[in-house]
Design a protein around this ligand. Structure first.
Ligand code: BGC
Length: 771
């Protein structure tokens, strides 16, 4: 755990330069706007520890799958989100010496990510090895509205000398992915242009043999300068090199004069612009930015964030660490995915690092959908569902490659375009529960929004494809006289190739049931013929087969302990608890893989994931028994785990446990809990942090079209409040030590069930808080 970030309600603050943690700080201070994003790298040269990172949404390279032992069915490539052109760079020369922030001494240093305004700021006073003292102030943002652009204001003041300061704003496409093999690069230069105070670099991803589109990205910059706040007439000497353009600006400064450079940058990709238009569109875009100028752009950007916070904010009084943690998660989720483009999704690291290839995982459906449902326009979550709908064809192809037929669909474990990109056999072939999460997300969306048309338009087709897969993936066991599902990996990846993973079996049977319900609904709408003929659906026979599976699927159960078994044979393990292996943790870093597999220790919620999704199917006592059995064996070595435990614990009245689990998720990255924040942030699990508050402490659910709340307040907090968008209204729910105050600004009342009591809420209504 690290403890160097200053606690503040709205800001992430690094006071004093912690060079040794620079890569962590860069992750924490990442910026994005849904379309592009970047790590919080310095503008100037820094020869210390750094992971340079700039990313353009959706742009990836298919990197050949490299494994020791090829297995049939492996995907040909692994999708790699590409580290793209560095547009933030400004080389600084002081009387001919290049400024390297790593070699300076600092009298003052502060780096701040202002989450309220979405701005990264830095202020420092430093002395170079040559003894030159400088003051530097920077402000930077990725524009939330003009979302293919970003802007920088860079100010420098000589404090103890007169001299020449040369600023060279540049675009540098000589970029590698940190995880690239043999220093490979993935970009070719297509074109470059320089003119006065402007540079454009167009690059294209290298050709590939897999038929994946080669993306082109035009990165453009424009700059202007001020001295002591006055517009400066300046000379700019263009510099052109391999994948590099820059403009060199030497300026004479007298001691205490402040020079400010404004750099406007755009990243236009061929996903949104035709190849011929990339350069002309870049110029038009740059003109617009330069005409507006930095301050106006900033104003628009801050206003967009204000509107977001209006819909999203969670306020926690009495615990600044918790307040900072929750705003940090909301901020990053909102800047990673804005829901404007149904081709985009949410990588586990968002725009903050390269790990996980930037691809889409089940994390989106299982964790992120509830966040966007409550905090954003309905279209945002809908677009996440449509993303999968558009990939249904690929999911059917994927299943066909693995030997399934008749329109069975297996969605990938990780993907950019629908093609499977995961190449570990136990995950690619076996971790098929992801298919269930995609079905569940449709249910979750329809339940929350009431938008049943979605089923007719898109959802049912996806459900049929997934149900067909489950139907073929089970087999009849003569010995058990039941259906079984063999050779799977459940959410707990510390078990592979197990039979009858309870969670996977449950979500499979549930999908079949829900698909039957959806079919009934669409049939009643008189729309079934169209879909049936589109997917060659044999209504009578397929539905009968599904019903037979629903009625006869095996679910491992221990009648002595009255708990569901994670998989068959689970009880043969030595049943230890996590507190017996404290010095061995994290086991994924300390134990051999076979030892992990043989142990009872659980990486992340598995049976409990199922009880969380389907809690209405189980009694509180059942949930409690299973929680008490599995929680002590769970090591939570996936960041996705603690939130599920927090929500269940809260529902069971285990307040201390709920808070312990909440803390583990809320400050995971801020305190570098798992020693891995330098790789990037755990973006998808941040949605789990939000859920721990809203679904955990506030007990928010939706049942039969009604919003349900069962709030309590953690002892550590004085009060908390959050916003909830539900069916056209944005409610504020404020929970204090003794009451729950719900505000509905809309004149139309809304029925809400609070602590089991149904009330019409119009305006404000207070409810007593249950102990
Ligand atoms: C987890 C998966 C998750 C993936 C990406 C893994 O460590 O076990 O459930 O999908 O990370 O977040």
């Amino acid at each position: 755990m690290k403890n160097y970030i200053t606690r503040d309600a709205w800001k992430i603050v690094e006071d004093g330069f912690h060079k040794e943690f620079n890569e962590i700080t860069e992750s924490l201070m990442s910026l994005g706007n849904g379309r592009m994003g970047q790590r919080g790298n310095f503008e100037e040269r820094f020869s210390g520890k750094t992971l340079l990172g700039n990313y353009v949404a959706g742009v990836f390279f298919p990197d050949k799958t490299r494994v020791g032992w090829w297995k049939n069915g492996y995907p040909n490539y692994f999708a790699k989100v590409l580290n793209a052109c560095n547009w933030t760079g400004i080389e600084v020369e002081i009387d001919g010496e290049i400024l390297d922030l790593n070699t300076c001494t600092y009298e003052h240093f502060q780096r701040v990510l202002d989450m309220q305004r979405g701005v990264l700021e830095r202020e420092c006073t430093l002395t170079t090895p040559e003894g030159k003292q400088l003051k530097i102030r920077t402000r930077r943002f990725c524009h939330m509205v003009e979302d293919e652009s970003g802007a920088i204001s860079y100010s420098i003041t000589p404090l103890n000398f007169d001299g020449t300061i040369t600023l060279t704003p540049f675009l540098d496409g000589n970029i590698q992915n940190r995880d690239s093999n043999y220093n490979e690069t993935f970009w070719n230069e297509i074109k470059k242009e320089t003119s006065f105070a402007e540079g454009i670099l167009v690059m294209e991803t290298k050709p590939n043999p897999y038929g994946v589109e080669q993306y082109q990205v035009a990165t453009g910059m424009r700059f202007d300068l001020k001295k002591n706040g006055q517009i400066l007439d300046f000379q700019s000497l263009p510099v052109r090199d391999e994948k590099y353009v820059a403009g060199k600006v030497p300026v004479q400064l007298i001691q205490n004069e402040e020079l400010t450079l404004f750099k406007y940058a755009v990243n236009l990709s061929s996903m949104n612009h035709t190849s011929e238009n990339l350069i002309p569109d870049t110029k038009v875009y740059l003109n617009r930015l330069a005409e507006k100028g930095f301050e106006q752009l900033l104003e628009e950007h801050v206003a967009a964030w204000a509107a977001k916070w209006e819909q999203n904010d969670i306020q926690i009084k009495g615990d600044v660490a918790a307040q900072q943690g929750i705003r940090f998660t909301i901020f990053h989720l909102q800047q990673t995915y804005t829901g404007k483009d149904e081709r985009l999704n949410i990588g586990p690291k968002g725009f903050t690092g390269e790990k996980y290839g930037g691809g889409t995982y089940w994390d989106t459906e299982a964790y992120c959908i509830p966040f966007y449902l409550s905090t954003s326009e309905q279209q945002v979550a809908r677009n996440l569902l449509i993303y999968r709908y558009k990939q249904l064809g690929k999911a059917i192809e994927n299943a066909t490659k693995l030997g399934f037929d008749m329109g069975a669909a297996l969605f990938p474990m990780v993907t950019m375009t629908g093609e499977e990109c995961h190449n570990e056999w136990e995950i690619t072939f076996e971790e098929i529960h992801r298919n269930g999460a995609i079905a569940y997300a449709i249910y979750d969306y329809v339940r929350y929004t009431g938008d049943k048309d979605y089923l007719t338009e898109y959802g049912l087709e996806v459900l049929i494809g997934i149900s067909r897969f489950w139907k073929q993936r089970v087999n009849w066991s003569v010995q058990k006289n039941q259906y079984v599902m063999l050779g799977v990996t459940g959410p707990n990846e510390y078990e592979n190739n197990v039979n009858n993973n309870w969670y996977t079996n449950y979500i499979a049977a549930w999908t079949l049931r829900y698909t039957l319900e959806a079919l009934e609904y669409v049939r009643n709408q008189g729309k079934i013929e169209d879909i049936s003929s589109k997917v060659a659906f044999d209504f009578a026979s397929e539905t009968a087969q599904w019903q037979h599976i629903i009625d006869n699927l095996h679910f491992p159960y221990d009648s002595e302990r009255q708990v569901y078994l994670q998989q068959e044979g689970f009880l043969d393990k030595e049943l230890l608890t996590v507190d017996q292996i404290t010095s061995h943790r994290p086991i994924n870093q300390k134990w051999s893989w076979d030892r992990i597999l043989r142990s009872c220790f659980i990486k992340q919620a598995d049976v409990l994931q199922g009880l969380y999704f389907f809690e209405e199917d189980f009694s509180e006592e059942e949930i409690r028994r299973n929680f008490d059995f599995y929680e002590p064996m769970t090591v939570h070595e996936s960041s996705l785990s603690p939130c599920v435990h927090a929500i269940l614990a809260a529902g069971l009245g285990k307040k201390e446990k709920a808070y312990e689990m909440y803390l583990r998720t809320a400050r995971l990255d801020l305190d570098d809990y798992n020693n891995d924040t330098e790789d990037g942030l755990h973006i998808t699990s941040m949605a789990g942090t939000w859920m721990s508050v809203v679904k955990g402490f506030a007990g928010q659910r939706v049942q039969d079209g009604l919003l349900i709340l069962n709030p309590y307040i953690p002892e550590e907090w004085e009060s908390y409040s959050f916003r909830l968008g539900f069916r056209g209204v944005t409610l504020t729910v404020a929970v204090s030590q003794d009451s729950v105050l719900i505000t509905n600004p809309s004149a139309a009342g809304i029925e809400i069930v609070v602590h089991g009591q149904k009330e019409l809420v119009a305006g404000q209504k207070a409810f007593p808080l249950k102990a």
